[in-house]
Design a protein around this ligand. Structure first.
Ligand SMILES: [Zn+2]
Ligand SMILES: [Zn+2]
Length: 191
């Protein structure tokens, strides 16, 4: 599992500035407007279509992602249970640069010293999770996707606090607390 997580992350490259922008500097003045129009048109054509889209219950928060998540999990910790209002929370992990907030970003609640949990201030929907020590990563609720079937979790964490009446018969690896696979996750979900 950790191998998948690592390999998935390795294909993610930082956002880069389009080389087309450099064309602007080679234009004579009276052609600048025309070239700028060409630049923006090409930038538009070259920018990747969103892979995933989602938002909160009321629609005040909308986002899209330029990539599929590099990992996803179910968390059964008490903090997630109380925060999302369900007996488990299903999360998907992205590089921060892959997520675009189309309307507004979530309001964040500091559930612990380093953890920020984002929600919609209008409808209360749980949207995001981030660790202050890992500013390049952002985790979103799978349930907030327009189509939650697009992302399936790979493992369970904090199963020690899984409710006793919930039976889950998937083949995902289960961890009583945090993930203990060799590769350290860049963003462990701390309670
Ligand atoms: Zn909302
Ligand atoms: Zn949790």
């Amino acid at each position: 599992m950790s191998g998948e997580r690592q390999s998935a992350r390795s294909v993610i490259s930082p956002d880069s500035t389009s080389p087309i922008a450099g064309l602007v500097f080679y234009c004579v003045p009276h052609h600048i407007a025309v070239v700028l129009g060409l630049v923006f048109a090409l930038e538009e054509a070259m920018s990747p279509a969103p892979v995933l889209s989602g938002g909160c219950l009321c629609g005040a928060i909308r986002y899209h992602s330029s990539n599929a998540p590099f990992d996803a999990d179910h968390c059964h910790c008490r903090q997630c249970q109380r925060s999302v209002g369900s007996v488990l929370a299903s999360w998907m992990d992205f590089k921060r640069s892959q997520i675009t907030w189309l309307t507004r970003s979530p309001v964040e609640y500091p559930s612990s010293e380093k953890i920020r949990r984002g929600f919609c201030p209008h409808c209360g929907a749980s949207i995001s999770y981030r660790h202050l020590d890992h500013p390049d990563y952002l985790t979103l609720t799978i349930a907030s996707l327009d189509n939650p079937n697009q992302v399936a979790p790979n493992y369970h964490i904090h199963t020690r606090s899984q409710v006793s009446w919930l039976q889950i018969n998937d083949n995902c690896r289960r961890y009583p607390q945090q993930r203990t696979e060799p590769a350290p996750a860049p963003q462990q979900k701390n309670e």
